[in-house]
Design a protein around this ligand. Structure first.
Ligand code: PLP
Length: 394
């Protein structure tokens, strides 16, 4: 059978490949410890599940939902943005519930990119920015995220003609996969860049609530002028351990929200209403679960960082996100390193090259595995030495 070029061009979705590898090892009877996938291991808090259960019993919630979500949910999102970030949003025009941030990110590309257009995309980065661009027929201009720039893109390094032609710029802080955070000064530069070159900003921010050592990440929309040029994607997934329920939101510039709504209303029929009620409960209800989860992640982070440093890997201690980003010893490529780690120690980590060429030479470890598993992984690493890199690999 013949498929469209976009199917042939598609890189294998990184996590599908990794899941397959894990399943294969487990089928062989290997006790695999996986640090690979960023999916909270702790359950959705019970007050949220109670609301979901109650809402699921109510017949009106069994029917097609509206594409733009329940007005009560849009209002809850606006209240949450106000109390959390001091950002005020009009719930009718500046908030759009999503079937998870990933859905909105993928579809947003269709709002900005015509065939042949350019999007500015971070490398390394969450794969959906570039795949969405490709699906829309566009091309990526990669913005390298380098350690020497604290993993922020160097906007001045983007050639002026590329910046003028670009139809969208993607950014993501707290960052996946590097764990880096951005201060307001950087967001201000992005707003200024966006206005100068007339490029809409798409900020992906699902990790603002996953932060450590008392740090509180900002919303892009806190920066003056941001709402003139940007929407922000957020999600209940990482904040409230709700990845499986599929619910997130886009907020910000009303015209940009409207464009995304028009795409979505032609492709999907909204979010199951019981799940929207669960989201309202998450946003309006008690927030102590966030600190409780962060305390668990922070102690895991500290154990993982210590174990990696013990092995001789260079690691910057992340202040937010679910990830530890570690630099491999010279000569190691990330794919070969990960393959060796699973063969020698039955430990799965994600190769940095899976996030783009500037991710090469790094690995990502997720903190979303139960403590007992994490401890087992650390035990295995503690009695291990990294071998010499394969000859000719450097
Ligand atoms: C997890 C993640 C998302 C997706 O969140 P969902 O709301 O579950 O779709 C989006 N962006 C990044 C960077 C993520 O890590």
């Amino acid at each position: 059978m013949r498929f469209a070029r976009r199917i042939e061009q598609l890189p294998p979705y990184l996590f599908v490949e990794i899941s397959r590898k894990i399943a294969q090892k487990r089928a062989e009877g290997v006790d695999v410890v996986t640090f690979a996938i960023g999916d909270p291991d702790m359950p959705t808090p019970s007050h949220i599940l109670d609301r979901l259960h109650r809402a699921s019993q109510d017949p009106p919630n069994h029917r097609y939902p509206e594409s733009d979500g329940l007005p009560e949910l849009r209002r809850a999102v606006a209240r949450w943005y106000d109390s959390r970030f001091g950002v005020s949003l009009d719930p009718d025009t500046e908030v759009l519930p999503l079937i998870g941030a990933k859905e909105g990110i993928g579809h947003a590309a269709l709002c900005y990119i015509d065939p042949g257009d350019i999007a500015l995309v971070p490398d390394p980065g969450y794969p959906v920015y570039s795949v969405g661009t490709m699906f829309a027929g566009g091309e990526c201009h990669w913005m390298p995220l380098l350690e020497e720039n604290d993993w922020l893109p160097d906007l001045d390094a983007i050639p002026a003609d590329v910046a003028d032609k670009a139809k969208a710029i993607w950014i993501n802080y707290p960052n996946n996969p590097t764990g880096a955070v951005a201060e307001e000064a950087f967001f201000e530069k992005v707003v200024e860049f966006s206005k100068r070159h007339e490029v809409p900003v798409l900020h992906d921010a699902p990790y603002t609530e996953v932060a450590f050592d008392g740090y509180r990440p900002s919303s892009f929309l806190e920066v003056p002028g941001a709402k003139d040029v940007a929407i922000e994607f957020h999600s209940l997934s990482k904040s409230y351990n709700m990845t499986g329920w599929r619910i997130g939101m886009a907020v910000g510039n009303a015209e940009m929200i409207n464009a995304l709504m028009r795409v979505k209303s032609n492709l999907d029929s909204g979010i199951p209403q019981a799940i929207q009620y669960a989201a309202i409960e998450a946003l309006d209800g008690p927030q102590d679960c966030i600190d409780e989860h962060n305390a668990v992640y922070q102690s895991r982070r500290d154990r993982v960082v210590a174990a990696l440093r013990e092995l001789g890997l260079e690691v910057v201690v992340p202040r937010a996100s679910l990830y530890v980003w570690a630099k491999l010893p010279p000569g190691w490529k990330s794919g070969a390193f990960c393959a060796m780690l699973i063969e020698e120690q039955a430990i799965v980590v994600t190769p940095g090259a899976g996030y783009g060429r500037y991710g090469e030479g790094y690995i990502r470890l997720s903190l979303t595995l139960p403590d007992a598993q994490l401890e087992k992984g650390i035990q295995r690493l503690s009695s291990w030495r990294i071998p010499e890199p394969p000859a000719g690999e450097a």
